[in-house]
Design a protein around this ligand. Structure first.
Ligand code: NAD
Length: 274
């Protein structure tokens, strides 16, 4: 259990050289920001997600060039439990190990309860919650055996509190925090930590699109949409950035964070402090 890494002085342990990381849903948005942060600190990274193959290859190539580490892509559709597990087992086959697993892929659907569609409910549970279990299971076994591991689950402020019309998302994200705590307890004596990161509104291309649409629909300015609609509950009145999330996840992967486990860390400009 006492690996060389564990004995590194904290001040010298901020790099992730030699670590192998899997980041789900990393072809865009937050996942890509996290993959970039890990790679820039020296980690080899397996990207995953859906999308146009040529664009994904361009992203993979650009990241490999910038970071100078090994960056690969795995096209697992995480709605299939076997593919989710294969993402991890194929990584272990290719790299010899998996040190870091970031469960980031997720989708949202907003609707009142009475009209919430069955298929949307199921997809949100399967992707935002169950897929994390199916990647964690093989990764956890390998990490426990190696005596070192970092599992980070992208939950949300909606894993801690609710908003109306987001029943499936809120339920799945609360569940993900419960899973995080259980994994943390089972891994605590084996050098394996597990934490949840809980962002408020994050600046992603998806959000940028919503601003223009909402401004048009309500006949208000871009600034009014940001302050009074999107960031109504976020006291900082600014979006969280993918770089900020990348920096936190990278820190959780270092030796300095080895006693941080079982937590759900809000990154929300004060939202859940109210
Ligand atoms: P995004 O839509 O930009 O990215 C989602 C990623 O998941 C993409 O790479 C997509 O290809 C991938 N994906 C979707 N379905 C998949 C499937 N079946 N199999 C494999 N990959 C799949 O979303 P984002 O805004 O970057 O969100 C990332 C995570 O952060 C999600 O879990 C989301 O709930 C959470 N989150 C986002 C915000 C926000 O404001 N954007 C706030 C809190 C939490």
């Amino acid at each position: 259990m006492n690996t060389a890494q564990e004995q590194l002085p904290i001040g010298q342990s901020g790099r992730l050289n030699g670590r192998t990381a899997v980041v789900t849903g990393s072809t865009s948005g937050i996942g890509l920001g996290i993959a970039r942060a890990l790679a820039m600190l020296g980690a080899d990274v397996v990207l995953n997600g859906l999308g146009n193959r040529a664009e994904i290859e361009a992203t993979r190539d650009e990241l490999a060039q910038s970071a100078g580490t090994r960056i690969t892509y795995h096209g697992a559709n995480l709605l299939d439990a076997r593919e989710a597990a294969a993402l991890v087992t194929d990584t272990i086959a290719a790299f010899g190990k998996v040190d870091i697993l970031v469960n980031n892929a997720g989708v949202q659907f907003v609707s009142p309860i009475e009209s919430f569609p069955d298929d949307k409910w199921r997809t949100i549970q399967e992707l935002n919650l169950s897929a994390s279990f199916f990647t964690i299971r093989p990764a956890f076994a390998a990490m426990k055996e190696a005596g070192w591991g970092r599992i980070i689950n992208l939950a949300s402020v909606h894993g801690l509190i609710a908003s109306p019309f987001k029943s499936a998302y809120v339920a799945a994200k609360h569940g993900l925090i419960g899973l995080t705590k259980t994994v943390a307890l089972e891994g605590a004596q084996y050098g394996v930590t597990c934490n949840a990161v809980c962002p408020g509104y994050v600046w992603t291309p998806l959000v940028e699109g919503q601003i223009a649409d909402t401004a048009k629909a309500r006949g208000i300015s871009r600034e009014e949409v940001i302050e009074t609609v999107l960031l109504a509950a976020q006291p900082s009145k600014r979006f969280v950035t993918v770089e900020e999330l990348g920096a936190l996840v990278a820190f959780l992967c270092t030796e300095g964070a080895r006693s941080i486990t079982g937590t759900a860390i809000p990154v929300d400009g004060g939202w859940t402090g109210q």
